[in-house]
Structure formats: C-alpha cells, structure tokens
Design a protein around this ligand. Sequence first.
Ligand code: NAD
Length: 520
Amino acid sequence: PQIFALKNCNLSTATEQSVRHSDPLKVPNLIGGSFVNSQSSDFIDVINPATQQVVSQLPLTKHEEFKAAVSAAKQAFPSWRNTPITTRQRVMLKLQELIRRDMDKLAMNITTEQGKTLKDAQGDVFRGLEVVEHASGMASLQMGEFASNVSHGIDTYSIREPLGVCAGICPFNFPAMIPLWMFPVAVTCGNTFVLKPSEKDPGASMMLAELAMEAGLPNGVLNIVHGTNDIVNAICDDEDIKAISFVGSNTAGMHIYSRASAKGKRVQSNMGAKNHGIVMPDANIDATLNALVAAGFGAAGQRCMALSTVIFVGDATQWENELVKRAKNLKVNAGVEPDADLGPVISKQAKERVCRLIQSGVESGAKLLLDGRDIVVPGYEQGNFVGPTILSGVTEDMECYKEEIFGPVLICMQADSLEEAINISNRNKYGNGAAIFTSSGVAARKFQTDIEAGQVGINVPIPVPLPFFSFTGSKASFAGDLNFYGKAGVNFYTQIKTVTQQWKDLPGGSGVSLAMPTSQ
Ligand code: NAD
C-alpha cells in the first residue's frame, strides 16, 4: 500500500503525524513514474535534529528495486532524448513556477529534517530554483560548432548529445539546492536520471520530483532510490549508468570517484572544504564583522562554503573582541522559531564530533574565546545544538585547523602580512573558496592572483557563483574535469559527436588512394 501520501507535500507535516502514529511514514522510491514503497526490511529513521522526533523512515532499497529504477531510466531515454529541446526546456520553465508555488512547504520540510532556519531553508530552495531558471533557457549551451569547407566540398560540425542514464548522490546540508544542481541540467540535456538523496533528509528531493512530474517530466526520466553505501556502490558499478554527480565528504567522494572512474564513468565530485577569510587592517570594520559572523555561523556552519577560518593580518585582538560580541548576540533555536539565527547540527554524532574538535583545539593551545558546547535551548532540550564558538591563536598543526569541522565554529589565526596569510591558505589541502576583506584594490588583486582556491570573494564572504557560471571548487575540494552547472555542467552531461560531410559532384576516374586523406 502507498503509505506515503506525497500529494500536497505531506512530508512537511510529517513530524506531527509521526507523533500521532506509532508507525512513521515510509519514504518511497520513485521508479518509472510511480512512488513505490520498498520491500526492504531495513529502514533508517529520518530524525528532526531539533527534537529527535522520527519524521519518516527511509528504506535501504533492495538491489532489484535499484535495477528497476535504472531500467526505467534506460527505457525512458530514447524518447526523452528525441523530445525537442524546447519542450524539455518548457518542463523546466513550469518546474520553476511550481517550486515558487511550493517554496514554503519545501522550506518547512527542510527545516524539519535538516534543522536550518526557515529563512535559510528558503535560500536553499532559491539557489536551486535559479539553476532550474537557467535550465529553462539552456538550449544555446547545447549547440555544437560548424566549420565550412574544411576540404573541397566537405564541412565538419559537432553535436552535443546526451550520455544516457546519469546518477546523482547528495549530501545532507542542502536538501533542495544540490539535487537541483544535478537533475534539471542532466534532463534538460536529454539524459534520464537516478537520484539518491541524503539518507538524513530525503523529503525535499521527493517533493521536487513530484513537482517535476507535475511540470510534465515523463515517467522514468527522473527516478529516486534511497539507501547508503550499498546503493552508492551499486550506482558506481552499474553498466547502464554513464555519469555520476556527487556532492559530500572527501571519504565518500574519492571512493566514488575512483570506483566509478574504474568502470569508465564520468564523475564530478564536489567535496569538503576549509575556507579562509583574510582580513586586512584597512577592511571596513562593520561590514567585515557582519560578513564573518554570517558566513561562519549561518546554517550552523554546515555549508561547504562556510567561512570557517579567518586570518587577521596585523593585530587580531580588536577584531576578535568585536567578533565575540556579535556572535554572542546570535539566537540559537529550532529552525521553525521565528527568532532563530542558527539551528541544530544534523545529528548527535555530528555534535559530538564538533565538540571533540573544539576540545582538541583547546588542548593543543588555542584560546576558547566563546564556547557554545553547553548550550541548552528551552523547549528543545533534546536538540543537537552547538552555540557559536570562537577559537583564537590557532596554528596550522592543530587538528581543529586541519579537519573540516562543519559546525558553528570560527577558527581565528594571525599573520604579519598578506603574503603570509595567502601562504597559510595555500598550504591547506582544500580549495573550495576563499575571501579577502580590504579597501585596497592592490591587495585584492594580489589575493585574486595568488590564492589557490576555486571560488574567490573580494569583500564577499560566500562567493558561490550563480548558475550561468559554474561551481568551481579546486584542489581536494573537487575531483573531475567538468564542474557543476553552467556551461561546464552542460558539457559534463553531454558528449560530442563530430560529423564530416561531403556534398560535391564526385570527380570520376581519379582512382583509389590508400594514403591518409588530407585537405591539401
Ligand atoms: P557524506 O559524504 O557523508 O554523504 C554524502 C552522500 O554519500 C550520501 O548520500 C551518503 O549516503 C553517501 N556516502 C557516505 N559515505 C559513503 C561511503 N563510505 N560509501 C558510499 N557512499 C557514501 O557527506 P554529508 O555529511 O552528507 O555532507 C557534508 C559534506 O559535504 C561536507 O564535507 C561538505 O563540505 C560537503 N559538501 C560539499 C559541497 C561542495 O559543493 N563542495 C557542497 C555541500 C556539501
């Protein structure tokens, strides 16, 4: 039976329902256009991180169910790839309208399952929506090239063709934006898709799939399967899947990159980060402090572009004192509460890990200027909350510096010159993003040139490019050749066919030549 009444997005109210019923909602797979409950006997609880209530239960999808999803995608491919590109774009045009219509429901689901504040959840949806908007006019990026008369009577042209069945594997931290980085671009290019949402917060993916079908996406073009490592490995190994988009941690990302590449698949893998912000003495004080607080503690630090490390060039004391004052004013609360600035971290294990890394910093000599570990949020005593935490005097050898903390912890360092600050940042293995705060064009230009990070902010703390550019993390933050969304995203989801045609009156009697044809 279909326990999971997706119509009208009941997932957003699943918390209340699961309290009323002892049997929580089961999250179905989406196979060939039908939401079907898994026959698996293994389920994982999807937990509201502010309350510990079970929102729903997610199946560890059985192998034959996974094969059925891939087979549905494979079957849908020939007719979808031959659907006019304008029709494919129009499905996206409709989808963006429907996402706007259901923005509040999507945001509520994200807050319930992931924990971020409602306003932040709206931003999560909106940044994904912008990819759908871009996909609505993406035909021009799928155009090939043409060279006339490459030899007498011969022209050569290239065509960008879809790959076939593609797959996406998602992290927990942006339950709407990241699925929307993937399937809208893939399907608008004419591919069909198998999506594996994060096992921690699958609800937004389910709602988005339902909206995509309402927008006119034919059955089988988008399929969803749930699970963890086993299903990811099955995706890597499957002969019918041609490309994988992954976003998540380095452990999973590098495993997927090597396993799937060994099977001949294309892989784009966006991974972890440790983004540095360099603050010059001439930076605008108020704007810089606000930027640091927002980018360090927003989403409880669970953004791959969070500015988690700040390097003050020159004396840090004044800056740090002011930072502490502003961070103390932030309200930690459940994301549904209107006054919340930051919500909980995703799980009890995540909280333990964050607290352990803070402690390791203290033990290796960092100064704990603000400690958020013992926070209790009235009414949400069971939540996985960590308050804003600031460690100063951190050095490169400390574990809290080397590891991605992925919590509301701002690490403060000091350097005597811009050069030294850039060198610290460049020695870090990650290269997702970096920012400078300064009123000097000369310093900004040096930073832009010398910094080894893929996304650079100049007085912009979280420089995530809009969808007409691409998400260009580098170094250990990315594996692959073609980035997510924008022109690179279209190139990832298409392959080039080159056609050489000859239309001329063939000269008679010139005989057979076995030499390599040349155009002299
Ligand atoms: P995660 O790697 O734990 O999980 C991501 C996905 O991989 C999930 O679907 C999960 O089921 C699967 N997975 C996890 N371990 C696996 C394994 N051993 N084998 C096979 N599959 C596995 O990541 P997360 O905790 O959900 O997300 C947080 C991480 O994602 C952070 O490191 C963050 O920086 C990163 N992230 C990066 C970007 C980016 O664009 N660079 C964006 C968002 C998040």
